[in-house]
Design a protein around this ligand. Structure first.
Ligand SMILES: Nc1ncnc2c1ncn2[C@@H]1O[C@H](COP(=O)(O)OP(=O)(O)OP(=O)(O)O)[C@@H](O)[C@H]1O
Ligand SMILES: [Mg+2]
Length: 234
């Protein structure tokens, strides 16, 4: 089933956080998910050793650039979703993972508007599209945005990216303590204690909207594949 990777050549853009948010949201909805931890810092592998990991989530960290495509495609046959957390650089592992993805999500820090790393990955996606000879669907998610930022300011950033033909999620991932706490205490937003985590309800709402937008994109992608197949077959 769908393979979704998180990529941005710039470090600290929020790839690992966004990948884990999506994985935990999907697992809470009763779906099975394998996360490929291709980040040498192994944040997700370390998280999986903490208590509270949903039984629907499996973390795979034994990877190599030579085997990743096969491993991902194999997992995609068995699991409802495959999520890949990539390193903040541009290398063979990143290129191979992107080439077998149904959707590449590029997290870009909304507040700093530092889109250089993101632009690098967008260029890499274009190059890979020529090599693999099919479109690689991708979108940008603005991350770590200030909860107090006006929707108008955010809209301006989104419009700027959209006019360059980039698909930008309407939901930015807000800067929230809850997102850091998952890595400290384990589990997902559903298992964190609202008495100990500030604004947990707002974080849950934000994460659910983010996940819904991502899933909508892979579902339409799959629907299109079926449509293309049907058209060819008929
Ligand atoms: N929305 C957020 N709210 C609060 N903290 C966040 C958020 N997004 C990221 N962070 C924090 O910022 C730091 C970098 O985030 P993260 O590890 O997700 O980025 P990354 O793109 O995976 O980085 P790298 O390139 O090093 O792999 C981490 O300490 C993380 O906890
Ligand atoms: Mg990371």
């Amino acid at each position: 089933m769908p393979v979704i990777s998180f990529a941005n050549a710039k470090g600290g853009a929020g790839k690992t956080t966004a990948a884990l948010l999506l994985a935990t949201e999907v697992a809470e909805r009763g779906k099975t998910v394998t996360i490929f931890d291709a980040d040498p810092q192994r944040w997700i592998s370390n998280w999986s050793e903490l208590p509270g990991r949903h039984p629907n989530i499996v973390v795979q960290s034994e990877l190599s650039p030579a085997t990743i495509t096969e491993q991902v495609l194999e997992a995609a046959q068995e699991r409802d979703y495959v999520i890949i957390d990539l390193e903040g650089t541009e290398n063979l592992m990143v290129a191979n993972a992107i080439s077998v993805s149904d959707l590449v999500v590029v997290p870009i820090q909304g507040s700093s508007m530092d889109a250089r790393g993101g632009a690098k990955i967008l260029r890499l996606i274009r190059k890979l599209e020529e090599i693999v000879r099919h479109d690689i669907r991708h979108c940008v998610v603005l991350t770590r945005t200030n909860a107090a930022v006006t929707t108008r300011a955010l809209k301006a950033v989104q419009d700027h990216l959209s006019t360059s033909g980039i698909d930008v999620l309407l939901t930015p991932i807000i800067e929230r303590a809850a997102y850091r706490d998952m890595f400290e205490f384990g589990g997902g937003l559903a298992t964190l204690d609202p008495r100990q985590v500030t604004n947990l309800d707002k974080a849950r709402e934000n994460a659910a909207l983010f996940a819904a937008e991502v899933l909508e994109r892979v579902q339409t992608r799959q629907a299109r594949r079926w449509y293309d197949w049907f058209k060819k077959a008929s």
